[in-house]
Each structure stands twice: as C-alpha cells, then as structure tokens.
Write a protein that binds this ligand. Sequence first.
Ligand SMILES: Nc1ncnc2c1ncn2[C@@H]1O[C@H](COP(=O)(O)OP(=O)(O)OP(=O)(O)O)[C@@H](O)[C@H]1O
Length: 306
Amino acid sequence: MPILNAQNLQKCYKTHRKSLMAVKDVSLQLAAGEVLAFLGPNGAGKTTSIKMIAGLIQPDQGNIRILDLDPHREPEALKHLGAVLEGNRNLYWRLTPEENLEYFGVLRGLTRKQARQQGRRLLDRFELNHKRKETIQKLSRGMQQKVAIAVAMVHDPKLLLLDEPTLGLDVEATETVKRLVREIASEGRGIVLTTHQLDVAEALSDRVAIINQGSIVTEKPTHELINQFSSSTYRIALEEELDSDRDSKLEYLGITVTGKQITLNNPELLYTVLDILRPLPIVKVEKDQANLTDVFLQVVQAGRNA
Ligand SMILES: Nc1ncnc2c1ncn2[C@@H]1O[C@H](COP(=O)(O)OP(=O)(O)OP(=O)(O)O)[C@@H](O)[C@H]1O
C-alpha cells in the first residue's frame, strides 16, 4: 500500500468576486522509503497541494489517502503524518526543544512519559542534547530546523512533509539536514520535499514531480529525468594541441577541434576518436550531463511557451 496516494486534487480560491484556480490537477504517490521532490516556480500551487495533503485545506475535488486513510475524514490519518511547513513555525519559540517535543508529543496522542522518552531519543539522534534546555529563539537557524524536524517526527509518522527544510542554512547545517532526511526515509518513511534549492532536491530525491500553473507537468525518477535532459555530447580535453595529421583525421570524421578540446556529438565515434588520439595524453573525457536546474528551467519554460 502506498504511504501517500493523492489523486486529481483541485483547489480554487475565491476572494471577493475573483476566483483563482491554484491547483488544477495534482496527483502524487509515494512508497515507503521514497523521497519525492515536489518542485515548481513561485505560485505554482505547491503549498496549496501540500496543505491539502496535510488536511489543512479542503480540496474542491480529488482524493487523498495516507496509508489508505483520508486526512479530511479520518483523523486517524494524521497519526501517520508529520509536517514542517512554512519554515519552523511548528515550534514554540519560548519553549525549549525538550518542552516542544513533550508538548507536541502529547498533542499527537502520546502519554507524557512516551513523549519525554521519544523526545530524548530524537534529541540524541539529532545531536541536540546539549541544547535541550535552551529556548528555541536562542538556537541557531540550523538547530531550530533540526528541532522542527524532530518535533514533526515525535509520534513516529510514516509520511513527512518538509517544506524548504534547508532554507537559510549554512553549508554544514544543510549537509546535516540532508543526511537526516535520507536516514529518515531509509527507515521506511515517505518524504515529500518542497524546495527551490534544486541541488538539494537532486541530491536527496528518488523521484521528482514538477508542478506548473497548478498542474503536474513532469513526474519521473530523478536520474531518469536528468538523463532524459542530458545530451550525448562528449568533450575530450587534451594536454597539448593536436598535430596536423590527427587534426585532419578528426576533421574528416566531422569532429570539431578547438585548441585543446574535442567536441564529439556522435557518441558512437568515441572509441574511434580515442584510437586516433592514442598515445597522446588526455586530461579528461566527459559527457555533458544536465542537472536538475537545467531540467526544471526547460520544463517550466516549455510550459510558459505552450
Ligand atoms: N489563501 C489564499 N487565498 C487566495 N489565493 C491564494 C491563497 N493561497 C495561495 N493563493 C494563490 O494560489 C496560487 C498558488 O499558491 P501556492 O502558495 O500554493 O504556490 P507555491 O507553489 O507554494 O508558491 P511559492 O513557491 O511562492 O511558495 C498563487 O497564485 C497564490 O497567490
């Protein structure tokens, strides 16, 4: 059974006499252990979709199942759900990490004792023990973010919704949060991650869903999506410029040589070219590889031009 199954969600905001179709058609599935990066430009409908999944906004159309329970009709569903939405506003800033964990644990149905024990385990795991008695407002942004994720996990949910978990963090804190997200997923939880930091999405996600103007426009395993957008061009960097004999052989094959660089658009010729170059020293051979930023920009721009 998927951890999350959201089908054909729709949401229209009505203000005064205007109405805005914020989400037109969003379907998302998530299996245990999977991290789904849910990406889209500003205003595309990510937050609205996530809030519908979290049971905070009622969809106009569509179905949501968290482990087969409807978060809008079956409160039991919320036991399986943890969320860090809109920064770390899920915390009480004047309370300590320990107190936040206990408070939210009890709110999520744990006994006070269970909440304390679970809180202690999470503080250990998130390396926050030494800060357990400081108020949240005195912690660094990275520590606050870790507490926010710990609080979202206090009742051991199967589905975690993380909105911009690494926003505003320095390099080290970003790496720590990335490691935690991967670890948490590998315990068999499903994670939906929304972020504008595409390098983070690329490093963390198993799958990517891109939403544009309220509809999902692409949804694929991350590596497949990146391969699809990568060209098959190879670049060979040489230590020295080519001699005229080799140069003309490559020219005969229709291959471009610029100074010490050879650009090869037909990958089938790679080994022929390497044979011609032998035994010249080669600095590197690399294939043009797209990244998630290239993919994102192309998908979103194609949507705009359509
Ligand atoms: N409460 C609301 N009332 C009216 N319109 C809203 C409301 N919340 C969001 N919208 C509008 O719905 C659209 C989708 O907004 P949403 O916040 O879901 O996008 P988003 O993809 O999360 O954007 P961002 O990346 O900027 O956070 C936007 O045009 C936004 O202005």
